[in-house]
Design a protein. Sequence first.
Length: 295
Amino acid sequence: MALDSTQFSALSRLFSSGVYRELARKGRSALFARLFGQTGLSHLRSAPETVGAAFDAAFAVLRQAGVRDEYVYRAALTHNILLGRHSLNTASLLTEFRAGSCKADLVILNGTSIVYEIKSDRDSLARLANQISNYRKVFAKIYVIAGMAHVQEVIDKTPSDIGVLSLIRWDRIQTIREAEDRPDLICPVTTFESLRLAEARAILRKLKMPVPEVPNTMLHSAMKERFARLNPADVHREMVQMLKRTRNLAPLGMLIDRLPHSLRPAALSIQVRRGDHLRLINAVQTPLDVAMSWT
């Protein structure tokens, strides 16, 4: 299917947080109806019958080589690594997680912390060096997953301990270079800045470091000073264990099982209230001809 710019934009925006949250909150989405209409897929001879099937049909087009956007890369990482090698009971996934002056595209926590920076063929590599510098301060392993047009340049421009992956098919990730596991290189202070205050307090207690008893206006600076005195590998170990508990995805298991394959990456990265899960499930089961009249 040849796409014009309007169709490509509509396909990408179908998997946005705006559509997903609207479906969960209202059980319907006028934005979904408008965007799906713009894709042109509703006029095909074999048009999908439900909203869920419509998402899968849209994803089938979006995942084609030359069209893949960031969501396709996230989906490949989610299905191949988080749900393929691990499980929601043993690993956690973080998206847009702060690391210094950057936000990580996707992080998977299992026995260590692994950050994945996505560089599709549509992306620039201009910020890559700064991103890697910031990621080193928080994560033990760093991978860049790149479109084929970028792979060689990523190899040439990154240190040998940075892993390089390529999405050779939408569902197949090839390892070009393995990443080294270096928890000893993280920066305890930058890690502290990435955490919630309660998480940081718990890590101090685990490492037998007294939690400062100071006024709230002085607490951030005092906590920062405590973290600066800690061993990097110890902080990293406790951060991984802490985030696996506080950012646990296991409660999403039942929701994931009842969503179309193409929406599962969205469900793992876009937060909605647990009370909205059933409304979301019912929304994706709605007949498409009914959904196209949503306003």
